[in-house]
Design a binder for this molecule. Structure first.
Ligand code: MLT
Length: 264
């Protein structure tokens, strides 16, 4: 459905009934990366999956934005949908938005799943590569995102054994508005460091990574889990970065077990 938020029309999936579960996608993706989770959790939860502004079917802005803009959209969305408290799973860039939500509206969040994500800010080198990625997107369009990302999002096994899935994920990327991706790159490049808030997180937390993730390798995922009191740490075997898509059953089992134990 389309929801009017902060003067923009955002595309939001809202399915099922029960405790609210918000799924935040990564870059250069949209709600479709969560299709298997929407199908699974709609039987137990009210699953809310927005396309972040400028990505997927959601309208973007002509001017530059920060990670806080995405988080402000989510808070307004929760108000619009009448949702007071929500469990949030943030995948990679969606995790950066989740940290912003924890800063801005901690009382709205009942539990969190940090999925293939990290809390630290970009290094100077990281910022340089994002500026380069933004330049490529402006010059060549969203195909530049596919060329840069597809082989990092999926493991060699998935690329080899599931060519249709690889094509589908590649098509998601080429369908994006390149300007929305440029804004996302710049927002990520200058995102704040969230490491200092980790020790004060009190909600039930699970941190999930992929065995062969080269974008956010397992040792960083483990370090993140170790920095949050009582956080669970789980790695999904035979996956790279895009764990919810590569191994949906393993991912859904982990998340479902976590939600059950956290009573959310
Ligand atoms: C993502 O998957 O959202 C991105 O790879 C995150 C990033 O580039 O830091």
């Amino acid at each position: 459905m389309q929801v009017r938020i902060n003067k923009l029309t955002l595309d939001v999936t809202d399915k099922g009934q029960g405790p609210a579960l918000l799924l935040l996608h990564g870059y250069p993706l949209d709600h479709r990366m969560w299709d298997a989770q929407i199908e699974y959790f709609r039987h137990t939860h009210r699953v809310i999956v927005p396309d972040l502004r400028g990505m997927g079917q959601s309208e973007g802005t002509p001017s530059n934005i920060t990670i806080d803009h995405y988080a402000d959209d989510i808070i307004t969305l929760l108000d619009e949908l009448g949702i007071n408290r929500v469990t949030v799973a943030g995948f990679s860039m969606g995790g950066y938005v989740l940290f912003a939500l924890l800063r801005k509206a901690p009382s709205r969040i009942s539990a969190i799943a940090l999925v293939n994500t990290r809390a630290d800010a970009d290094t100077k080198d990281g910022q340089r590569s994002r500026l380069e990625a933004a330049r490529n997107l402006l010059e060549h369009g969203s195909i530049a995102a596919r060329q840069a990302m597809l082989s990092k999002l999926l493991s060699d096994t998935t690329l080899h054994d599931q060519p249709h899935l690889a094509d589908e994920v590649g098509n998601w990327m080429t369908e994006m508005d390149p300007l929305g991706l440029v804004h996302a790159q710049l927002a990520m490049a200058f995102r704040p460091d969230s490491t200092s808030m980790l020790a004060s997180i009190r909600v039930p937390t699970i941190v999930i990574g992929g065995e062969h993730d080269k974008i956010i390798p397992p040792q960083l995922i483990k370090q993140l889990a170790n920095s949050i009191p009582n956080a669970k740490y789980r790695l999904i075997a035979e996956t790279a970065h895009l764990t919810p898509v590569e191994k949906p059953d393993a991912f859904n089992n982990l998340l479902s077990d976590f939600l059950g134990k956290a009573h959310v």
